[in-house]
Design a protein around this ligand. Sequence first.
Ligand SMILES: [Zn+2]
Length: 240
Amino acid sequence: MVRRALGFLAIALALVLLLGLGGYKLMNSRTVQIAGELTARVETPEKVVALTFDDGPTPADTERILADLAAEDVRATFFVIGENIEKDPESITRIAAAGHELANHSWSHPRLVLMSSDEIAAEIEKTDAALRASGYAGEIQFRPPYGKKLVGLPRYLAAHDRRTIMWDVAVEDYSSPEVRQSAEDLTRLTVEKVQPGSIILLHPWQGRLDTQAAIGPVIRELKGQGYRFVTVNELLAYES
Ligand SMILES: [Zn+2]
């Protein structure tokens, strides 16, 4: 009897572990979720690519980022944080006026995984409202903070007919503060990974000068390979 009970316990434990691991993988997956549509890249033979910037705006960085994009006549997609819209409305106006796409990256950048559906709704809808209040009229895409989602968030987005926008090219290394990546490293690693329909993710805000310095070279190298830069909404239109 004892042996059977122990056997059962072992199986139960293994199952819990397996489910836990599966859940963890699912939470961080760039390509799989349980409800709604997840887009990490668009399947297309066309050499189109979307450049996306997360977490801004931070006022001191806006000028340089916009100047580098303007110099290359490229439009990017800015997944902004609601709290930052409130703190720096001027940057939002400038980004939109320059023809870039604005998108929703939640209100306070929390891990949405363990939040209630009311909290998830507030994080998303408050940010949409702030973007609309700034005068932005384009379609607003959403990307979860840290790319994390499990059950509540995908279900909320699916119920509201919205996708989860992820990325397939993100080379910045946050594993330790000691890691220093030069603009050259970031450019080379990014360009190596890009394929037709790719979505590039960079974090050029908060004084991240190396990432800022990589924007121009990434654009020039990819243009040299025949790529055209489009916004996320434009990229979605290429989906075959
Ligand atoms: Zn983020």
